[in-house]
Structure formats: structure tokens, C-alpha cells
Design a protein around this ligand. Structure first.
Ligand code: C2E
Ligand code: CA
Ligand code: CA
Length: 326
């Protein structure tokens, strides 16, 4: 009997089972039962990670990787207590008004003096659930900084799908707003479509509750993943952030898509922010298409709050850039 043979349940639903296999061989891969099972388990994890429905033999580097990961995980769990986390702020510029529209807060981890890339530690935080306390910390810290150091600027904070389990996020956002005194309309939460894929009902309820608080919600990385337009009808986003892979594309087809996203957003009353703007050509092109909110290295890298405050002051940094805008 084949494991992957479809099964029809009494309810009429057909399921398509799949199997993943992890292999460890005695005595080549381990010489005691406990290690043998642990190594087979690691191989199984690798097989699943590779896309499931396959098998994987244990390799010694899996053990080393697992060990490194475990160390990162252990350190990450005490990163808040050790004061190793920090937020950096990247300005979002309104090129029509010539002023900063707000900042995106981005996590930085200074692990024992060495910076770890967010892409390396955020996935670990998500898988382990550490993203819940870390995400809470980020929201509080971002609201406090926006109010105390950035003159009450609008602030965007990224939130992961995992933070949508239960009603914790709503309480934590409400507490951060109350504590900092930041008006709710100045806080925007950035979510990716994975939030809506994972658990549509729960996520929509949480989003509605956040909306009731008066917080804005942005759809991040638009243009990657499925980018199904149905997400836009299921929840009334305030902002769409066009992913940098689109902004940096040079082919005409991509620009047609950008144009239609802009047209559609305009009709729905949604703001559009273009991410990853690195060149003046990209900026001019976006302005020509009617996209006036931009974020990217052209304006600034994410910087500390002390540096970011400069962007809230009139003139100065804007002038050379404004000059070049066609
Ligand atoms: P993201 O939300 O899409 O953030 C934008 C990323 O693009 C940031 O990377 C930023 O530094 C980078 N970036 C900005 N402008 C440019 C540009 O012109 N060119 C290029 N090549 N890159 C640019 P970063 O800071 O490494 O963050 C990576 C990802 O980590 C973020 O992607 C976000 O998904 C996640 N992340 C960061 N902070 C948080 C957080 O507080 N909570 C959660 N859940 N995720 C976070
Ligand atoms: Ca983001
Ligand atoms: Ca993004």
C-alpha cells in the first residue's frame, strides 16, 4: 500500500497524505540509541525543510548547524534582559511635500558585541515563539521613541504571523500607546500576507480589534508571495508597501503592475509606499507614476533614533535630493 494514496473521509473530503523520512545509520552516524534517534530526527527536520515528501540521510554538519542554532536560540531568549536589542529607524519620505511621513522601526540584535542580521534571528524568534516578547518590546520601544525622540512622528512596526495568536497583540499595542502617549493614528503595524494565509478568521478579528484602537495597518512586501488581490478585499488596509524587487525591476511589465497597484489603491483610498528605492532614477520614475511615498537607501539606511531625529527637522538633508528630482 502506497502511503501517498489519497484517502476519502466519511465527510467526503479527500486527503493526500505525504511522508518525510529521516535516516541515521548505526554505527556510521551514531553508536548509541539516543544519538541515533536524535540524528535521525535532525535528518527528518532537514527533509521536511527541503519541501517534505522525501527522505534525507543524517550528515555531521546538521549536528553542527543544530548546535549553532541552539546557541543563537539560547542567547536570543535573554537578549532583551541583556539589553542587546535595539531598533533602527528608516525614514519614509513624502517627496511631494518634501518632508518625512514617518519611520519604519527595524530590529537590531547586538549579540555579545556582534550584529546578527534580522533575517537570521527573526526566523528563529518566529519558530520558537520568542517573537512574542520581542515583538512586544519592539512595539513599546517604537512608540516610546516616536513620542520622546522623534517628535511624535508616525511609526511603523513589523509584526509576525505568530503574534496574531490569541488577543495578546491587541492588549500589548493598547498598553504601548497608553504608556507612551502616542496617538493611535500615528502607529502603523506592518504585516505580510502570511498573517492572512495562516489563520484568516483569527487574524481578521485581531486586525479589526486593532483598527478599533485606531491603529493603521500596512500590507508589507506587496508583489512577493501570492499577493492575491483578495487580501485587499478581506481587510481594509491603510497602506500597501510595494516590495523592493518590484521597485528595482527594470522591465516594462513590472512597471505596468506598479501602475495598476497605484491606480487600484487610489480608488480604495490606500496609501502606497515604495520600498528599496536606491537610485534617483527609481525615485523619478515612481514620482512620474504618482507614487510619492518612498523608503530606501537613497534617502537613508535605517539609523539610530539619535540620527533619525535629524530627518524630522525642516530642510537640510532634503535640499540636495529635492534638487535632483526631475
Ligand atoms: P522588511 O520589513 O521588508 O524591512 C525592509 C528591509 O529592507 C530592512 O532590512 C531594510 O534595512 C532593508 N532596506 C531598506 N531600504 C533598502 C534599500 O534601498 N535597498 C535594500 N537592498 N534594502 C533596503 P532589515 O532591517 O535587515 O530587516 C529584514 C526583515 O526583518 C524586515 O523586512 C522584516 O521582515 C524583519 N524585521 C525587522 N524588524 C522586525 C521586527 O521588529 N519585527 C518583525 N516581526 N520583523 C522584523
Ligand atoms: Ca516592513
Ligand atoms: Ca518590506
Amino acid at each position: 500500500q502506497n502511503v501517498s494514496q489519497p484517502l476519502t473521509l466519511p465527510t467526503g473530503t479527500t486527503i493526500h497524505p505525504r511522508a518525510s523520512v529521516g535516516l541515521a545509520v548505526c554505527p556510521l552516524d551514531a553508536d548509541d540509541t539516543e544519538t541515533l534517534f536524535r540524528n535521525a530526527d535532525m535528518a527528518l527536520y532537514a527533509a521536511k525543510k527541503r519541501g517534505r515528501n522525501g527522505f534525507q540521510r543524517y550528515k555531521p554538519e546538521m549536528g553542527r548547524l543544530q548546535h549553532l542554532r541552539q546557541e543563537l536560540e539560547d542567547d536570543l531568549s535573554v537578549a532583551i534582559a541583556r539589553n542587546e536589542l535595539e531598533l533602527h529607524y528608516q525614514p519614509q519620505m513624502d517627496i511631494r511635500r518634501g518632508e518625512v511621513a514617518g519611520f519604519e522601526a527595524l530590529l537590531r540584535w547586538n549579540r555579545k558585541g556582534v550584529q546578527v542580521a534580522p533575517t537570521d534571528f527573526i526566523s528563529i524568534a518566529e519558530e520558537t515563539g520568542l517573537i512574542v516578547p520581542i515583538g512586544d518590546w519592539a512595539i513599546r520601544e517604537a512608540c516610546r521613541t516616536a513620542m520622546q525622540d522623534l517628535g511624535g512622528s508616525c511609526i511603523s512596526v513589523n509584526v509576525s504571523a505568530r503574534q496574531f495568536h490569541g488577543s495578546h497583540l491587541v492588549q500589548s499595542v493598547a498598553a504601548a500607546l497608553a504608556e507612551s502617549g502616542l496617538p493611535a493614528s500615528r502607529l502603523e503595524l506592518e504585516i505580510t500576507e502570511s498573517v492572512l494565509i495562516d489563520d484568516d478568521d483569527v487574524a481578521t478579528r485581531v486586525l479589526d480589534a486593532l483598527r478599533e484602537l485606531g491603529v493603521r495597518v500596512a500590507l508589507d512586501d506587496f508583489g512577493t508571495g501570492y499577493s492575491s488581490l483578495s487580501y485587499l478585499t478581506r481587510f481594509a488596509f491603510d497602506t500597501i508597501k510595494i516590495d523592493r524587487s518590484f521597485v528595482q525591476a527594470e522591465d516594462e511589465k513590472t512597471w505596468h503592475v506598479i501602475r495598476s497597484v497605484l491606480g487600484m489603491s487610489d480608488g480604495l483610498g490606500i496609501s502606497v509606499v515604495a520600498e528599496g528605492v536606491e537610485t534617483i532614477e527609481q525615485l523619478n520614475r515612481l514620482a512620474g507614476e504618482g507614487c510619492f511615498l518612498v523608503q530606501g537607501f537613497l534617502v537613508s539606511q535605517p539609523v539610530s533614533a539619535a540620527e533619525a531625529v535629524k530627518f524630522t527637522r525642516p530642510g537640510g538633508w532634503m535640499t540636495p535630493l529635492a534638487y535632483q528630482i526631475a
